[in-house]
Design a protein around this ligand. Sequence first.
Ligand SMILES: Nc1ncnc2c1ncn2[C@@H]1O[C@H](COP(=O)(O)OP(=O)(O)O)[C@@H](O)[C@H]1O
Ligand SMILES: [Mg+2]
Length: 329
Amino acid sequence: MTAAIDVENLQKRYEDVRALDGVSLTVPEGSFFGLLGPNGAGKTTFINILVGLVRRTGGRAEVFGHDVEDDYRRARDAIGLAPQEFNVDRFFPIREVLQHKAGYHGIPESTAGERADEVLRRVGIYDKRDTRFDWLSGGMKRRFMLARALITDPDLLILDEPTAGVDVQLRHDLWDLITELNEGGTTILLTTHYIEEAERLCDEVAILDSGRLLTVATPEELMDRGPDRITVTLRDAPATVPDLPTLAAGEREGRIEAVELDGDKLVVTATRGGLVAPDLVRALDRAGHEIVDFDISRTSLEEVFVEMTREGGGDRTAEPVAADGGELP
Ligand SMILES: Nc1ncnc2c1ncn2[C@@H]1O[C@H](COP(=O)(O)OP(=O)(O)O)[C@@H](O)[C@H]1O
Ligand SMILES: [Mg+2]
């Protein structure tokens, strides 16, 4: 099967900034793929190369087997892009903007209007079809960007920070919409620095930092890499940290990293805490400790992400708050 995106040793330099520093990545057809990274990591540059807005300075980039420069038209026609920044003809009614866009991508005039209505309904702003972009609310502008990305019924939908600064309701609407599209077979590439979004939606995520790919894995795999915290409350506070010698048995799967005693609470740091838990309970039971409460809190993708991107250099400046305000809860 042809990959939706296939990129090898991709590079982009701006003078002395290496926005992309040798990125190799394959996004399988049909997947819901997350591109994560702090501000300045190179996410938008990566996307802009795929859609022909930025010229690479090295390496290879293909969309459904078409080189993004040598075979620009075919690569570009396969992609629907909802960009990070609004770049819209502000003075035309939005339905017309969509018709123009459809025409530009070779959709005949006879069906372009129908198609425009369809996507406007889909994103929930059909009743605003005769309004110009400028007059839409911030949330409606976001919805419109998605409508425009969908006008060509793309095989690959690219969303660059689609939920930056949107309210909770819209964020959930957008999540539902793109999940539905993905279930219908559309490949999704989503960039975000909201880890919760990636954790919820993506089959696979790539973490990019300072133009370099740190890892590609499922959110679940990434969370397994970080330590979990198990808090065991005992009936009687032990005088010393209980000896837990039998726990070496599970070493290959889960592993206890540290044990601390805090009054009647035993705080155990372990990789794959869920696998360690049964052994832990048995060992404490054998040693005569009565357990009154047991809690496992898993590493979040956020913690893994912060850990992985902490060392790197690069731009760490905050992004400007979106005009329509709002932040993640
Ligand atoms: N047109 C440009 N000229 C110079 N530097 C740029 C330009 N576009 C992006 N950069 C730099 O490239 C790096 C990656 O930026 P970008 O791809 O926008 O990151 P992200 O989308 O992950 O926040 C940053 O250091 C940014 O300042
Ligand atoms: Mg960006």
